[in-house]
Ligand binder design. Structure first.
Ligand code: AMP
Length: 203
């Protein structure tokens, strides 16, 4: 099962991805996490990406696509994978289509988590407060100014993926404003269409 999670920053993609990983046994491929790991390891990609990420801009399509292409060849991606944060531009989506075609694999569905933008800033503020309360470090791009920039980037560069995947007949829209469990149930209802047998087996 190959899936994409689409939605603005803070829509709950990471939270819902964790559920899919445990229920369907496919890995979550977060390009944000991979890039943060590259930054922490000070690899050449990480060194280039750091300032771009801190500013809330997008790392170049070629760099991100190369990371994904390498990652999906790993053994754990054989049963499928969940892309979280990729693609983020129409060019990336086209690169993904080409990659999958080359590997004779097929994208099953794109799940768009629809959220009310005004709620996102409130979610951001609570996330920052919770992170601080745990004594963890707050992500450098998790501040209000950079977050607003990331939302603008989403609207301008990523939202065009909605009609792109709608045209492919792959888009599934989920209301992301409910409680976490409600959103999870809505996603499960969609995914039961794709893997009814294994869903039944895994309970
Ligand atoms: P995320 O954790 O998905 O919010 O990503 C954090 C940051 O990493 C983004 O604001 C971008 O700077 C960069 N990034 C992650 N995924 C991509 C992508 N697919 N294309 C370009 N930049 C990305």
């Amino acid at each position: 099962m190959i899936l994409i999670f689409l939605g603005p920053p803070g829509a709950g993609k990471g939270t819902q991805a964790a559920h899919i990983v445990s229920r369907y046994g496919v890995p979550q491929l977060s390009t944000g996490d991979m890039l943060r790991a590259a930054v922490a390891a000070e690899t050449p990609v990480g060194k280039k990406a750091k300032a771009i990420m801190d500013a809330g801009d997008l790392v170049s399509d070629d760099v991100v696509a190369a990371i994904v292409e390498e990652r999906i060849e790993a053994d754990d991606c054989a049963p499928g994978f969940l892309l979280d944060g990729f693609p983020r531009t129409v060019a990336q989506a086209e690169m993904l289509d080409a990659m999958l075609q080359k590997k004779e694999r097929r994208l099953d569905a794109v799940i768009e988590l629809q959220v009310d933008e005004s709620a996102l800033l409130d979610r951001l503020r609570s996330r920052i407060a919770e992170t601080k309360a745990r004594g963890d470090e707050v992500r450098k791009d998790d501040n209000e100014d950079t977050f607003k920039k990331r939302l603008d980037v989403y609207r301008e560069q990523t939202a065009p993926l909605i009609p792109f995947y709608e045209n492919q007949g792959k888009l599934k829209v989920v209301d992301g404003m409910g409680a976490v469990e409600e959103v999870t149930a809505a996603i499960d209802a969609i995914l039961s269409e794709f893997q009814p047998d294994s869903v039944a087996e895994n309970g």
